[in-house]
Design a protein around this ligand. Structure first.
Ligand SMILES: [Zn+2]
Length: 290
């Protein structure tokens, strides 16, 4: 089995190693919603216990667009096809650490090596059937939101700024207003990202949470570690946001995989800066019977 260190024994993920390897959320798999979170691996041979690393899914700042774009496109299309979709239905975000959420429109769909920098959004929602939402992360967790009743989905990039700005709630509010969703029908999954033990922050983060959330929340979500630095619990912050937005607690799955603790298997910004990023993908399709 691929070497992944889990922070608890809960079975949150299924591991798929046919084609490009990825983790998928068991809670979303049971709803029949195609979903994934990638690793560093291009391929993995379970029998041999080894794989080929170096998967490229995003065009990085210092990369040559002409060289990188075709590779990135081929990899994203291969993953989309593994989910029964294709790159022609993909919509991606800007990844600007905002809490802005975009409602996907027909003209957004199709491969873009980089997002159109006209929106500055970190989340997307859609009720268009079969649309593929993709966000990227290499420590910042993605949050997947699905409504099997109204058949709508949302996917957000939740680094500390988006988390502070409650971006999952912004996505849910858009789904309620635009698509008539009820948060009580929704399911959500908080994807792999940096764990609290690894996530050292400056002192100002405590005041931001105390001001914009509450003192009680800041004390709950942040702790001063022996080194003297505050550490932020992104998983619990986003879980609280989902619960407060009305998603039932037993409809929420929280990742037990840290990208930095598993920096050999996942790209981690804190561990090795910007080599590349994982993709989180979610298709607006419901095939389960829950
Ligand atoms: Zn960690």
């Amino acid at each position: 089995m691929m070497q992944i260190k889990y922070s608890n024994d809960s079975r949150i993920f299924n591991l798929n190693t046919d084609g490009i390897p990825y983790l998928s959320f068991d809670i979303l798999d049971r709803l029949g919603v195609p979903n994934l979170y990638t690793t560093r691996y291009i391929s993995y041979d379970e029998a041999a216990g080894e794989g080929v690393k170096g998967l490229r899914l995003a065009v990085m700042k210092d990369e040559d667009m002409e060289e990188a774009a075709p590779v990135v496109k081929a990899n994203r299309d291969a993953l989309a096809r593994q989910l029964g979709s294709s790159i022609d239905f993909e919509c991606i975000t800007d990844q600007k650490h905002t809490n802005y959420v975009h409602v996907a429109a027909a003209e957004d769909l199709g491969f873009k090596p980089k997002p159109l920098h006209r929106q500055h959004v970190d989340g997307i929602v859609t009720d268009i059937p079969d649309v593929l939402l993709t966000v990227f992360g290499g420590d910042c967790p993605p949050v997947y939101i699905v409504d099997p009743v109204r058949k709508a989905v949302g996917l957000v990039h939740a680094g500390w700024k988006g988390t502070l700005g409650r971006i999952p709630e912004v996505a849910i509010a858009n789904m309620v207003v635009r698509f008539g969703c009820d948060p009580g029908d929704m399911y959500a999954a908080i994807g792999p990202g940096i764990c609290k033990d690894c996530y050292e922050m400056g002192d100002e983060i405590f005041d931001r949470f105390a001001d914009e959330w509450s003192l009680e929340d800041a004390e709950h979500l942040l702790s001063r570690y022996p080194g003297g630095k505050f550490h932020l619990d992104l998983r619990e912050s986003n879980r609280l946001t989902l619960v407060r937005a009305g998603v039932p607690e037993d409809h929420i799955s929280v990742s037990n995989v840290c990208t930095k603790c598993n920096a050999d298997t996942f790209y981690s910004y804190r561990a090795r800066r910007m080599e590349n990023e994982q993709a989180a993908m979610l298709v607006n399709r419901f095939g389960g019977d829950l």
